[in-house]
Design a protein. Structure first.
Length: 391
């Protein structure tokens, strides 16, 4: 990893704190610093989470409370927790220029600073650690088993404060929050950028008919009860969503292989894994127990290929959708997220698959979120209701 790979460092805060941060900088956690400057600070973290950091010390014995903390990857387990426990329109991510790393007294961690396994480094050692962990830090997902959940929260610790002139931009979840902050700041030249993906929100959403939504974004962070994984019937998870499911949710992979061996997955029969583990417990920072309700997700294993090296067949997609129509409600599925079936490595076209999915899933008794292909731009006419629901 070259230093040029670090585009920004990131600080998560309440939008009400932005005016004081632009004036005074990002301060360390010590309350005296805030009180000394008579700053009315709006917290977004549980007070116990912040106080837990007070007892954590670096090598010289000083508390990490003496440091302002920034992340190299803002889309991480901590903000996942925050957006599920706080009004998302109150949250902002402040981007700081990477020249911050040239400040004296900077420390680098190899994970969440409050975690007992995390270690602290000076800049020269920390740069090597970052280089080794950079692929994990820049990933879109994480889990506990391989340590990526801790590593993706690697921090840059800055003694006392981050100077305001180092602030580069502010990211928010949507356009209305952007306008709210612009009004709050009046003539500030700082860029306010809506970036829903950083807050686990869709980049695009469009309603089709009575129960279908077309979504642009990461299906694994969907608020639907059941997530659909495109698979083959050979028991091999090699590419795309299947590959990610294999590593992020190993138990799903075990269930899938068992179902293939028992021939419970066919081109016209999906397999429903009623998983009992909490997705929020796995994805959110768990410095303390979650205050929000934990989301239990089910997984629908939908065959889009017969052999993993082959392309998908449209008639198999139609057969699998027919199974969903007939069995989803009876099997307890309350809402369903699905990818654009067969449109990735299966080589099918959205113009064919989209209309088939929307027609077959329209009015089936549950809400369905169809996640659009992440590669390639879809012509607007193929996203129009008149095309997708045509007879």
């Amino acid at each position: 990893m070259a230093k040029s790979d670090i585009k920004n460092l990131y600080y998560i805060t309440h939008i009400n704190n932005i005016p004081s941060i632009l004036n005074q900088g990002i301060l360390c956690h010590r309350h005296q610093e805030v009180e000394k400057l008579n700053i009315n600070f709006a917290p977004i973290y549980d007070s116990e989470i912040v106080s837990k950091r007070q007892d954590k010390c670096i090598a010289d014995g000083s508390s990490i409370w003496n440091y302002a903390n920034l992340y190299f990857q803002p889309r991480n387990p901590m903000i996942y927790r925050v957006v599920h426990e706080t009004n998302i329109r109150n949250i902002s991510i402040i981007a700081v220029k990477p020249t911050l790393l040239l400040e004296s007294g900077v420390r680098i961690t190899n994970g969440n600073a409050a975690n007992n396994e995390t270690e602290f480094y000076d800049l020269s050692q920390g740069s090597k650690v970052l280089q080794n962990n950079w692929k994990i830090i820049q990933n879109e997902w994480w889990n506990d088993l391989d340590g990526s959940k801790r590593i993706i929260m690697s921090e840059c610790l800055v003694l006392k404060k981050v100077r305001p002139e180092l602030i580069d931009a502010i990211y928010v979840c949507d356009n209305s929050t952007q306008e709210n902050i612009k009004t709050m700041l009046n003539d500030s030249k700082i860029s306010i950028i809506p970036e829903p993906n950083l807050f686990f929100r869709p980049s695009f959403s469009k309603r089709i008919g009575e129960n279908i939504s077309l979504i642009g974004g990461d299906m694994f962070f969907s608020n639907m009860q059941t997530l659909t994984i495109s698979v083959n019937i050979q028991g091999i998870m090699g590419k795309g969503l299947a590959s990610r499911a294999k590593y992020q949710f190993p138990d799903v992979y075990v269930q899938y292989q068992d179902a293939c061996r028992a021939k419970k997955i066919t081109p016209i029969q999906s397999y429903l894994y009623k998983r009992e583990a909490s997705l929020d417990q796995e994805l959110a920072d768990l410095t303390l127990p979650l205050n929000s309700q934990n989301a239990v997700k089910w997984f629908l294993l939908f065959a889009t290929k017969r052999k993993w090296r082959e392309n998908s067949r449209l008639e198999d997609i139609e057969g699998g959708l027919n199974w969903v129509k007939q069995n989803a409600v009876n099997n307890g599925i309350k809402s369903l997220a699905m990818p654009a079936l067969g449109c990735g490595s299966g080589k099918l076209n959205w113009s064919d698959v989209g209309s088939l999915m929307c027609r077959d899933l329209h009015r089936i008794g549950i809400n369905v979120a169809i996640y659009l292909p992440r590669k390639g731009k879809i012509p607007p006419q193929y996203l129009d209701q008149s095309y997708l629901l045509k007879n």
